[in-house]
Design a protein around this ligand. Sequence first.
Ligand SMILES: Nc1ncnc2c1ncn2[C@@H]1O[C@H](COP(=O)(O)OP(=O)(O)OP(=O)(O)O)[C@@H](O)[C@H]1O
Ligand SMILES: [Mg+2]
Length: 377
Amino acid sequence: MNTISPNISQDRPVIRQLDEAAVNRIAAGEVVERPASAVKELVENALDAGARHIDVAFADGGKTMIRVADDGCGMSPDDLPLALARHATSKIDGTDLLNIHSFGFRGEALPSLGAVGRLTITSRQQGGDGAEIAVTGGKLGAVKPAALNAGTIVTLRDLFHATPARLKFMRSDRAEAQAITDTVKRLAMAEPFTGFTLRDTSGGGEGRVTFRADAETGDLFDALHGRLTRIIGREFTDNALPIDASREGLHMTGFAALPTYSRGSAVTQYLFVNGRPVRDKMLYGALRAAYHDFLSRDRHPAAALFIECEPVLVDVNVHPAKSEVRFRDPGLARGLIVSGLRHALAEAGHRASSTVAGATLGAMRPEQPAPRVYQMD
Ligand SMILES: Nc1ncnc2c1ncn2[C@@H]1O[C@H](COP(=O)(O)OP(=O)(O)OP(=O)(O)O)[C@@H](O)[C@H]1O
Ligand SMILES: [Mg+2]
């Protein structure tokens, strides 16, 4: 039987070392899927740099321009070419991949963005000289002096101009802008002490502010309450229970809405692990399971939950966009969410039914047979 694939020539195939530009483009394909992924990488870098305020601007759904400006620690002129080298990072030393305390750790994001768009980085450290570097199609330009306040401004133009296949996968400007907004809001929930501005500059000039959240003050719970009110809305925080539960080294805080504030879809579910927004099926499943006795099947809980643990208990290096994580003990994480939420919901139901007892709150006690709460959005 002939086992040679019809697609492979009978001549001996040649193994080639791909050039750096091709390598970078391939790697970039995993890191940067759409404009919102570029925004995520740049905002995470700004947060890792300790920014107090982050300004994000974009044009045409981020396809023609994305700019992220921060007031963080900045980079020296000598740092700039290094920041654009692959696998160059200031965040880990490579000895312990299980002990990660920052958003970034791979040294992949900036070189990837430089491979798929026209990237300019302008940066200045406090008391140092400002400098700028540009990279197009993976080719670094010279470092030039530049004037700016301490911090960093990264501009990415014409995303995917070098990879037309990717461009075809872009959705409408409106859909891409929506994805950018969602990304910025999720990161803003995780960092209530940092101020955020999001501007759409498609019409030119300074642009139109489409989202703004000033830095919150007070203790973490107050700050989080303020930030969630700003982002999800007062109706959510007015109807949400503060959550604070622990189990064997795992800690869960945040806010979870009463079943009466359920939604018709799972859009108001925000989960974070060690400050990182995640879209993790296991965690979503646990959230649903926690409300199982309180909601009918077509209703979805609303919650913003933050799980914290020692970095060694969770592997964040399992997904190219870092949006999934792997707990060393997934059963423990699930158990914490399910029991922590059930406990808080039952307590609230009990409290309500033993006081003035709004019929709705009373109706959510799990002991009652088939309590079902329906609500219009
Ligand atoms: N906004 C910024 N302010 C200060 N330094 C920055 C900023 N953005 C990037 N850097 C520096 O450039 C380096 C490379 O950034 P890059 O995003 O490519 O990698 P990373 O954040 O270390 O890892 P990852 O690929 O996981 O994001 C960072 O480690 C950091 O030292
Ligand atoms: Mg990074």
